[in-house]
Design a protein around this ligand. Structure first.
Ligand code: UDP
Length: 318
């Protein structure tokens, strides 16, 4: 008998968020076609799906034309380098996947009559002059700085998505993702959560950039994916912030990691990267109202789960 399941395409499926999203979609009864160039993704993140008849993996760079036979109901465009050190090493690829990759995935959704969901970012707000950030804020972005390749690619991707929505009548959604953490982050991707946890577990100095007074608001991955799934089922077409509003300084985060790991590693203050946003906190009023969503996993619980993952990854006994 032919399957009655709906099919979702996830680009960036071997990445941190793409792999968790694929898991959630499979649990919700979708068939999932995961596409990834493996530039920054890793098959380790989806190896548990090998042999699952509802999951298919295609190694492909979505900056090139995407050919898929059969029906597709949902397209999630999550492929992109996503950490500041990746943008420095992969600037052109970052620009291409946000622009050409968004065009190709929108074209796929249009050809299939599918719903499209774009993974956008709090980086569209740049170094924000409005705090916390609401979806109505247009941002303060340096287009030619080292982060500009990501920020502007995602801003272009949002514009392209709204273009397809308004001109072609495509059913589109845009999520602006704030700092998210959890299992399957790359230990060496340079982002603050894997960096500090990896350093603390290995007894290396924690590299705090600047004086550590800049703030971030950290969302546990399961909460983020829940918000994204709800958005995909909604009828809302403009950008929606998904993130955890509990804000802290980077220095306080370093101290928390030392406390949770029991590490006595020192803190090593390093220069602040160019255009590093001084503050970041999502205003999630809109997500609460239209999706009935808010984060549920507390900081202590989320960090404990993430430390357990990296302990296991590094084979460090607890
Ligand atoms: N950061 C840090 N040490 C590190 C990595 C990052 O102090 O080893 C800081 C970084 O300067 C920024 C914050 O932590 O202020 C979050 O950085 P991340 O790269 O995780 O993401 P961002 O929010 O900047 O995109």
């Amino acid at each position: 008998m032919a399957s009655t399941k709906k099919t979702a395409v996830v680009t960036g499926a071997a990445g941190f968020l793409g792999s968790h999203l694929s898991d959630r979609l499979l649990a919700e009864g979708y068939k999932v076609i995961g596409i990834d160039s493996l530039l920054t993704g890793n098959v380790r993140n989806i190896e548990h799906l090998a042999g699952n008849p509802d999951f298919q993996f295609i190694k492909h760079d979505v900056t090139n034309f995407i050919f898929l036979p059969g029906d597709v109901h949902l397209v999630f465009h999550f492929a992109s380098p996503a950490s500041p050190i990746d943008y420095l090493q992969l600037p052109i690829q970052t620009l291409k996947v946000g622009s050409l990759g968004t065009h190709n995935t929108l074209g796929l959704a249009k050809a299939k009559g599918a719903t499209f969901l774009l993974a956008s970012t709090s980086e569209t707000y740049g170094d924000p002059l409005e705090h916390p950030q609401k979806e109505t804020y247009w941002g303060n972005v340096n287009p030619i700085g080292p982060r500009g390749v990501y920020d502007e690619a995602k801003r272009f991707a949002e514009a392209m998505t709204m273009g397809y929505h308004r001109f072609h009548g495509l059913d589109t959604k845009i999520v602006r993702i704030f700092n998210t953490y959890g299992p399957r982050m790359r230990l060496e991707d340079g982002r603050v959560v894997p960096a500090f946890i990896g350093q603390a577990l290995q007894g290396h100095p924690l590299t705090v950039f600047g004086d550590g007074s800049q703030t971030r608001s950290f969302c546990y991955v399961a909460d983020l994916i829940d918000g994204i799934f709800r958005l995909s089922q909604s009828q809302y077409h403009e950008p929606v912030n998904i993130g955890n509003p509990s804000e802290m300084t980077v220095l306080d985060f370093a101290k928390a990691v030392l406390r949770f790991t029991g590490s006595e590693a020192p803190i090593d203050f390093r220069p602040l990267p160019v255009d590093d946003p001084k503050v970041r906190q999502p205003d999630i009023t809109l997500a609460k109202r239209i999706l009935g969503w808010e984060p549920k996993v507390g900081f202590d619980e989320g960090v404990a789960r993430t430390i357990a993952y990296f302990r296991d990854f590094l084979a460090i006994p607890s």
